[in-house]
Design a protein around this ligand. Sequence first.
Ligand SMILES: [Fe+2]
Length: 336
Amino acid sequence: MLQPKQLGYLALDVANLESSLRFYQDVVHFEITEERDGAVYLTGGIQHHWLILKQSDTPGVSRVAFEMANPDDLEAIEKRLRSAGVEVERGGSLARDRVDQYIRFRDPDGIMIELFTDMVTMPMPPAYAHRVHMSKLLHTVLLEKDVNKSVPFYTDLLGFQISDWVERSAAFMRCGDHYHHSLGVFGTGGTRTSIDHVCILVPTLDDLMRARANVMALGVPFRNDLLKHAPSGSIAIYLRDEANNLVVEFCWEHGQILDDAHRPRVLPAMPETLDMWRLVGPSHGKGLPSRIDLVGGSGAPRIGGDGGQAHPMSESQALNSLGVRDSDGAQLTKAK
Ligand SMILES: [Fe+2]
């Protein structure tokens, strides 16, 4: 199937390179592989980079990159994009970019997307500070203005497959590595474009708990502490890179979908979709919990209160129910 193989890396422009480097080394356990031309390359695996940090007066995510399996697939998607009228830039140099070939283009909200082939492989994996081993850079979730424009762009032109919907306001999409999602797109109802979070898959529960212990020891704020997602089945923590207004997730046991005939489910925009462990409180066993105002007011989860009556909710309420708040997400300042 013509589609990306997996999420490759994020390029992040930062206001303070030194403090951002400390964060991604001490809190996220990445290792520096190279510093060149004002850019610092970091990784959590055998690949040359999962993250590029660059000092900038206009901070934000500048690029989201996915890896293609081979140059033929890259060329085939390039043709598809060009024939759909998408402006595509082609480049790539192992010496300069540490990837052999790439194409870059903007998605419907103006986010710069890169597809590349053949990133440099490091001779050895990182040393894994604090014994937090990492399996891969797993997924990113984008907040886009209109899912009805963005989701078809990613499915029809780039070949992503929808794994699950959250009602019709968010889509989780998979690609060649078969993990439940390499990309999520949440609709914001036309209010903003940003990146919500990036997720790192760890191989064992011990790695997740060591990452969590380190976050707590360093006093880094969680957006969400331990929870279990209904869509993918993963157990996760979300921590805040406050300086860059970005959220980093560590997760364990993220499911794969191996059946190409998989029919996407339509999950409810309810607290339990974000966290299957949230069935607590006075309404438990008395019908469905309330669907709204999960993180409103003090930010404390509130469940119950309407007897489980289903009622329409806005896209921003749906995002709230999934733990995404208006203040979250690095602004994509490079968007056109
Ligand atoms: Fe995630």
